[in-house]
Design a protein around this ligand. Structure first.
Ligand SMILES: Cc1ncc(COP(=O)(O)O)c(C=O)c1O
Length: 391
């Protein structure tokens, strides 16, 4: 059964989460990364039981780590030593705190734009300077741009000969557009990172959402000095119950021991319960979801090709977050949507996408579209986009 085809628009409108509460009721929300699915049955049951008996305290044990280790082995053949895993409150605090351990306020962290906007906001809030290394036009890592950014980020301060510490926050798979980085690309990143002494943190929250034909490569499987952050929260739609795992490479054993001494918070108890069951009993549900998402991805690509003249889309071998380029609409005889197409789409089409400029350099003229919804809602949202583009 396709989890994306279970809820009607009226049922979805009863939701009060950000996706469904933020805009007026006449807007089709295709922005924030929530999915329009019911919970997988085993997750719903375990949460219902916990709520029924008031089991809503702090986490007391860590089945989440063991279940993640088993999931990683089953899905990616990735053998993770549970002693190299730290249960993190959520993905964002995990990468912020990893960089806080290895860099000083004022040091730089490189990101590959266009990228998930909180990369920039949270790094800046924690006192780091964000340096963008642009992706290529087809959203792949540009190794020359990355090397130039690493070189600049570690350049000694005036009056010093010592290179500065710096970080690289990798998005693997990439949000937006779902680029799945290849083993060769990640190995090249690892070589560059070692050359410049860069701490690499790989945000792998979208890893379970890789479609047929593409292969997810865990970053720490190519770089023993790397750090990865994983969570069940995107693939199983569990943002309401935060929990994540930080996994460090083999050469960071003592680093992790030192890190653990700090006061870093912990996941929510319900997040560990939901995440454990997702990893242990969610394979069938996830497989059905991937079939549904891949079909939606294909519907979206066909629609862009046939009904959105002058618009192009990322090919999305993973994630439900497409990156649409509207810069060619006027040349194709349609309406010029300017630097921020999301503004006109919302105003005249009543369909909400994420504004492209929020994703950093390369975002002007673009918008991000979330296609994790029912085929009916997807078609309605796409039709509204077409009415604006061709109107
Ligand atoms: C790449 C990426 N990282 C992190 C997050 C958020 O993670 P968390 O809510 O666990 O902090 C998202 C949410 O969409 C995301 O797309």
């Amino acid at each position: 059964m396709n989890p994306l085809d279970q809820l009607t628009l009226d049922q979805l409108r009863e939701r009060r989460s950000f996706k469904w509460a933020h805009y007026d009721a006449d807007v089709i929300p295709m922005f924030v990364a929530e999915m329009d699915v019911p919970l997988a049955a085993p997750i719903r049951e375990v949460l219902e039981r916990a709520i029924a008996i008031g089991d809503t305290g702090y986490p007391g044990s860590w089945p989440l780590v063991d279940e993640f280790v088993s999931f990683a082995d089953r899905h990616w053949g990735w053998e993770v030593d549970p002693r190299l895993v730290w249960p993190a409150p959520a993905v964002i605090p995990a990468y912020v705190e990893a960089f806080a351990e290895d860099t000083e306020p004022g040091d730089e962290v490189v990101i590959t734009a266009p990228v998930y906007p909180p990369f920039t906001t949270y790094l800046r809030q924690s006192g780091r300077v964000v340096r963008e290394a642009p992706l290529t036009d087809d959203l792949r890592l540009d190794l020359d741009a990355l090397e130039a950014a690493f070189e600049a980020a570690t350049a000694p301060r005036e009056g010093s000969t010592e290179r500065r510490s710096a970080g690289f926050l990798l998005c693997n798979p990439h949000n937006p557009g779902g680029t799945v980085h290849t083993r060769a690309e990640l190995e090249a990143v690892s070589v560059l990172a070692h050359r410049y002494g860069i701490t690499v943190v790989s945000d792998e929250i979208h890893a379970p959402l890789v479609y047929s034909g593409a292969e997810f490569v865990p970053y720490t499987s190519v770089d023993p000095r790397g750090i990865a952050v994983q969570s069940a929260s995107k693939a199983f739609n569990l943002a309401a119950m935060p929990a994540a795992q930080m996994i460090v490479g083999e050469e960071r054993r003592s680093w992790l021991a030192r890190f653990r001494q700090g006061a870093h918070g912990h996941p929510t108890y319900l997040g560990t319960v939901a995440g454990s069951v997702a990893y242990r009993e969610g394979d069938d549900w996830l497989a059905s979801l991937l079939v549904g998402l891949e079909a939606n991805r294909d519907t979206m690509l066909d629609f862009v090709e046939s009904d959105l003249p002058g618009v192009t889309s990322s090919a999305n071998p993973s994630t439900f977050l497409a990156w649409l380029d509207f810069r060619g609409t006027a040349a194709a005889g349609g309406r010029d949507l300017g630097d921020e197409p999301a503004t006109a789409l919302l105003k005249s089409g009543r369909v909400a996408l994420n504004p492209g400029t929020h994703f950093g350099g390369g975002g002007a003229g673009h918008a991000r579209l979330n296609f994790a919804t029912s085929p009916t809602v997807l078609r309605e949202g796409l039709a509204r986009i077409a009415s604006v583009v061709t109107g």
